[in-house]
Design a protein around this ligand. Structure first.
Ligand code: UD1
Length: 367
């Protein structure tokens, strides 16, 4: 069996690593293609190295562009690669443009597709990721779900139950493997977040969704709320390139909030585990904070990861920046949301996917 993985953007990398590792342990031939959707040293190479993924066999160098440009370029380049390499299975991850584009190219060539992180739905079609999820799941032959809501969504949409495998959350495989080496100490020192006794209470922030960063007034309100919180505790905000460009272009003031370059996986994980609270609009961070038991305030009206709210430490705040400030104060006063770890978020999801591929592929009608 020859498995070809397509990865493209930062959140793909931590999902592909455990699957690659589990298939390698079974001696399966693998190819890794990086579309180049993310290309900055920190957003891509630095993270890949920390995760122990092998150097991609090919980087397609697609880069940034409009959705149609990015999707079309990935499709054309992947079609050529699939034609030349003829894998038995394409594995795609998550919900970025590269995921959907690779899937579309593969199904038309008759290459079976497995989607890792299938079935998640926010119900919000204004998000490009929701479109990518719908298309990828509809076309994939094997649907690996991270939580049972994923199974429910797929069944409700008419997916073949035989194609669905509830395997758990691959992000958590990477987290549990690397947590012992992610103490965060260097990053805590770098940003002045240590005192004699250990880490100081601090708030960790990431924001990059168009709904939060593309409108000057919305982004200004968020930054202003963070400035207010910074009067009480340090706020560290590693800034995605898209957000950095907007803050500069809209000329949004910030004095106390600590803005840094994006961080690679290990220092960021180390900071998350020590944060008093996390404010974010990322999908993966909602999951990581749930696993770590750190209260998470998500600046979105909806989430495709509802288990982080029903079971975990996550709260959806929409665009309510006043509530964000109140919730952070409540957390600092010891009233943070408590949660549990969802089912099968146990570090073994990659193993289950590899088992399914090795043992079950023959039983599924992949034609
Ligand atoms: C993409 C994903 C999003 C994911 C996010 C994680 C889609 C539709 N979106 O959003 O789901 O949460 O990645 O980061 O696939 N840029 C750089 N350097 C890079 C990459 C991007 O400077 O290495 C800048 C460019 O100005 C680019 C902008 O960021 O135009 C947006 O990049 P893009 O890959 O289109 O989407 P993300 O916002 O990163």
């Amino acid at each position: 069996m020859h498995v070809l993985h397509v990865i493209g953007a930062r959140p793909n990398f931590m999902k592909a690593a455990p699957v690659h590792r589990a298939l390698a342990a079974r001696g399966i031939t693998q190819t890794v293609i990086h579309t180049g959707q993310h290309y900055d040293a920190v957003m891509s190479d630095g993270i890949l190295k920390e995760l122990g993924l092998p150097e991609p066999d090919v980087n397609l160098g697609v880069g940034s562009g409009s959705h149609a440009q990015q999707t079309g370029q990935v499709m054309m380049a992947i079609e050529e690669q699939l034609g030349a390499r003829r894998p038995d299975m394409l594995l795609v991850y998550g919900d970025v443009n590269s995921t959907m584009a690779a899937t579309l190219a593969a199904v038309k060539l008759g290459v079976p597709v497995g989607h890792v992180e299938a079935g998640l739905r926010s119900g919000d079609r204004s998000m490009p990721e929701e479109i990518n999820r719908l298309v990828t799941d509809r076309l994939s032959n094997l649907l690996f779900t991270p939580s049972t809501d994923g199974n429910d969504n797929l069944i409700a949409e008419g997916a073949d139950p035989m194609s669905i495998r509830f395997v758990g959350n691959v992000m958590i495989d990477t987290l549990t493997r690397l947590l012992p080496v992610a103490d965060g100490e260097a990053a805590l020192r770098q940003f002045g977040l240590m005192n004699g006794a250990g880490p100081k209470p601090f708030v960790l922030v990431t924001l990059h969704r168009p709904s939060n960063v593309d409108e000057p007034a919305v982004l200004a309100r968020l930054l202003s709320a963070l400035e207010n919180i910074s009067a009480r505790v340090p706020v560290l905000f590693p800034v995605h390139p898209r957000t950095r460009e907007r803050i500069a272009r809209f000329n949004i003031p910030h004095q106390r909030t600590i803005l840094s370059e994006p961080l690679t996986y290990l220092p960021f994980l180390g900071l998350q585990r020590h944060a008093a609270a996390v404010v974010t609009d990322s999908g993966g961070i909602q999951e990581e904070t749930t696993y770590l038991g750190v209260p998470c305030l998500t600046m979105r009206a909806n989430t495709e990861r509802p288990v982080t709210v029903t079971v975990g430490t996550n709260q959806l705040l929409g665009n309510d920046t006043n509530r964000m400030q109140r919730e952070v104060l409540a957390i600092l006063d010891g009233h943070g949301k408590k949660g549990r770890i969802p089912e099968l978020w146990d570090g073994c999801a990659g193993e289950r996917i590899a088992e399914a591929l090795v043992l079950d592929v023959a039983a599924v009608d992949l034609a």
